[in-house]
Design a protein around this ligand. Structure first.
Ligand SMILES: [Zn+2]
Length: 488
């Protein structure tokens, strides 16, 4: 679908690709012959700009399907790297490839991987980079970091848990003991030779987990190297409550804290943004700060429904992500788009603008922070394309391409995927690596992962009485508005 198309009934066109970019678009190109020319027959297919998974973490790909009915603050103890013993290089490689494969097979050509490597090891970073290079997906890559201990950032934990249990409590990222991770990232990545299809970004875990000094350093680097910044904000009620409890000087608002620190900026992208207040939304709109919504994970972790209509009405840039495999659990943009379109209804009872086109934009061009080079089908843009096979009941009769894409197609139709001008998925199979090799590598590392997951689960179960007490207090403390709990 071209930006200027009627998205209900897109035009039939030929698309020429030269090297890594879209060279031209025309109703019909003259037949070209020559050994170097490859023609991919796209008749009967819907051609889309590849989806951009604008919020994703490859560190827990192996944990998909492990958890249910676990609120966010507890989930972090089950799923996130600070709770785990060091991982093997083989496991890091296997999970990176498996996650990228799932993304590609569901039509994503770019993923924003906000990766926690804890404790950090260069050999793990190397394994991740090599895996992405080998599989052929485009990645906007950041390491997740923090300089405050998780225990300090979650309401009531410090009071409720006995002191001897405090060392067992952590969150998405913990301060590195040995290393200035941001300095290391600058030297090893931002200043290093460019890698194909890798775009760097910065990943301060969340403002409450980072000191003002660390956030300021982040934005200084972001502006100097012109790279985007990804962070988490107000995913859960607990995160909004923590701001109310700890930031009286900013009216209890993390967004106002960020504004006071000159952090709000078009380079900044705030994942989740569920518990934003009205005046905070206005601040994001005024400053061009973007949000990345992750509806699957937010519902599964009992976090709530973002104020989609208010964000749209204010003109905030909205993109979509699929977040962690342990909470979303699928890397599937069709699910994310459909939930986005449907949840817009829950965020405002009055009829509003049609949401299917808005969902597709959020899944493509709105997530592209690379100078407009991806997320659209236009001459000069990167040749990152997804071809949906329309010979399927989902597409017959064809009444509206964009509505059927968002409300009917679930991913079955993804047939070919092109990244950077190369066909990376052809006829639903990866071309760059033998898929069976990836599945075998996952089977080899799973016993070790399962053993550690079981030990961690037993530990969390021992903490359950205090976790329940803290969660009960979080959900029953008065807040100025609600985003999920509907009284019966
Ligand atoms: Zn996240």
């Amino acid at each position: 679908m071209l930006p200027a198309d009627n998205w209900h009934e897109p035009a039939e066109v030929d698309i020429a690709i030269a090297e890594h970019a879209i060279a031209g678009i025309a109703p019909v190109f003259a037949p070209v012959t020559g050994a170097a020319i490859e023609e991919l027959d796209a008749r009967g297919h819907l051609v889309l700009p590849g989806f951009i998974n604008a919020h994703y973490h490859s560190h827990d790909v192996l944990a998909k399907g492990t958890l249910e009915e676990v609120p966010l603050e507890t989930w972090r103890l089950y799923a996130l790297p600070p709770q785990y013993p060091p991982r093997s290089v083989e496991e890091v490689r296997a999970r990176t490839l498996l996650g990228a494969l799932e993304c590609l097979r569901s039509g994503m050509t770019t993923i924003q991987d906000m990766l926690t490597l804890y404790p950090f090891e260069d050999r793990h970073l190397d394994a991740v980079m090599k895996a992405y290079e080998q599989i052929g997906i485009r990645v906007v890559f950041s390491l997740q970091y923090a300089d405050r201990k998780g225990l300090e950032t979650i309401p009531y934990w410090k009071d409720i848990f006995p002191k001897e249990l405090h060392p067992l409590l952590s969150t998405a990222a913990e301060p590195e003991r040995q290393l200035d991770l941001l300095g290391h990232f600058e030297a090893a990545c931002l200043k290093a030779q460019p890698r194909p299809r890798v775009h760097w970004a910065l990943g301060p875990s969340a403002p409450e987990r980072c000191s003002p000094a660390l956030m300021a350093r982040t934005m200084e680097l972001a502006r100097r190297y012109d790279v985007p910044v990804y962070s988490h904000i107000y995913e859960s009620r607990g995160m909004a409550l923590q701001a109310r409890l700890t930031l009286p000087e900013h009216g209890g608002s993390l967004i106002k804290r960020l504004a006071a620190e000159s952090m709000l900026d078009p380079l900044l992208n705030l994942a989740h943004s569920v518990w934003l207040a009205r005046d905070e939304i206005d601040l994001l709109a005024e400053t061009g700060t973007g949000v990345v919504l992750n509806p699957q994970g937010n519902l599964k972790m009992k976090c709530g429904i973002p104020p989609i209509r208010a964000l749209q009405d204010a003109g905030v840039r909205i993109s979509l992500g699929c977040d962690n495999c342990s909470c979303s659990d699928a890397q599937n943009m069709f699910m994310a788009m459909k939930l986005f379109a449907l949840l817009a209804a829950a965020s405002d009872p009055l009829p509003g603008p049609p949401q299917a086109a808005a969902a597709l934009r959020a899944a493509t061009e709105a997530g592209a922070r690379l100078g407009g080079a991806i997320g659209r089908i236009a001459p000069g843009c990167k040749a990152d394309l997804t071809l949906i096979d329309m010979s399927d009941p989902s597409w017959l009769p064809l009444n509206s391409a964009v509505r059927q894409l968002v409300h009917v197609e679930a991913g079955r139709g993804v047939r070919h995927v092109i990244v950077d001008g190369a066909v990376v998925v052809r006829d639903r199979r990866l071309t760059t690596i033998d898929e069976d090799e990836i599945y075998d590598a996952v089977r080899v590392v799973m016993p070790g992962f399962r053993r550690d997951f079981t030990a961690i689960s037993e530990r969390v179960q021992r903490l359950q009485p205090w976790l329940d007490q803290a969660h009960q207090r979080i959900v029953s403390t008065e807040l100025d508005f609600d985003r999920i709990y509907i009284p019966f």
